[in-house]
Design a protein around this ligand. Structure first.
Ligand code: FES
Length: 138
């Protein structure tokens, strides 16, 4: 008795994914205006982290712990996509030159969860290191 071989090459429907993976969050783009560079960023990243990840020069004398003002930037668009400034940041910004309503410390301004859109950042070329030498001395 001849019996044809079964057609076992088709996948079992029970092995298919259920609905597939969730769509990734929409990207946020950050324009570093002075560098002419537009890069993708992720929620939770600080503007300093975004800059360093993409080889955009931005001073950060204290290493990003809100203890200087060398990472001072001006956000020209997309401020609503960033975490609001806390009191420590505002205190440090008081030490920066040419502060405006759009000034932020790049190490403290983080992209909000669920943000989507464009953030435009200007890095002032006069940014100076205001860490006071000898500040530990009385
Ligand atoms: S790097 Fe020092 S305050 Fe941002």
């Amino acid at each position: 008795m001849d019996r044809p071989e079964g057609s076992g090459d088709l996948p079992d429907p029970r092995d298919l994914p259920d609905g597939g993976p969730a769509a990734p969050p929409a990207p946020v783009e950050v324009d570093f205006l002075d560098e002419g560079k537009r890069v993708r960023a992720r929620p939770g990243q600080s503007l300093l982290e975004v800059a360093l990840e993409h080889d955009v020069h931005l001073d950060h004398a204290c290493g990003g712990v809100c203890a200087c003002s060398t990472c001072h930037v001006k956000v020209r668009e997309g401020e609503a996509l960033l975490s609001p400034a806390e009191e420590d940041e505002e205190d440090q910004l008081d030490e920066a030159r040419d502060v405006s309503l759009h000034s932020r410390l790049a190490c403290q301004a983080r992209i909000l969860e669920g943000a989507r859109g464009r953030i435009a950042v200007e890095i002032p070329d006069w940014n100076v290191n205001l860490v006071r030498e000898g500040s530990e001395n009385p």
